[in-house]
Write a protein that binds this ligand. Sequence first.
Ligand SMILES: [Fe+2]
Length: 210
Amino acid sequence: MYNMKPETFNLNSVEGISIRQLEEHYKLYVGYVNKLNEIWSVPYMSNDFTGSNPTYSKMRSLKLGETYALNGVKLHELYFENMTNGNNNPNGVLLDAIENQFSSYENFISYFTNVGLAVRGWVVLCIDPIDNRLHIIGSDLHDQGAVWLSYPILVMDVYEHAYFMDFGTDKAKYMDTFIKNVNWDVLNERLQRYVASMKIMEMKENKRYE
Ligand SMILES: [Fe+2]
């Protein structure tokens, strides 16, 4: 039996979003962990999956559920981690990269939150090895719009379940509150991990695009 445990987060450190809203949201994350455990406990027995078909079949249901649950787990862990424990002042290598690429921090936030208004699920600031530049990806579902190998730096949940209890339809106010809680130590650590993994000492454009 696969038995991944949910991570825990210091939800009390978040300001401007009620603990009830956050705890109800956390329950959804735990639900994805539980479903992933259930899915990954299904034995690899091909005889159990006769009649596999891309319209409807047992295997199709399993595979759609797997990516939905797995991305639901990963995205929520990245989200809760990057909105807890303070350290809210924009700084570091990431801020330099943002100002270099988006003209200013204010312009970046405006663009980032506009993506949030335009999608129903997630906004992900990521860095992609195809050009070693920042990109803002929007998606409507956990498993829609995900980009292979792209490394997530800042993850914002814009599903209605993330804010409706506290903010009603005022998504912009929720996003503004979320941005004020972003932990920049977490963001810079993620960027540094990417740089280390790519074995590059400084961010530079891929020669392919020069
Ligand atoms: Fe969520």
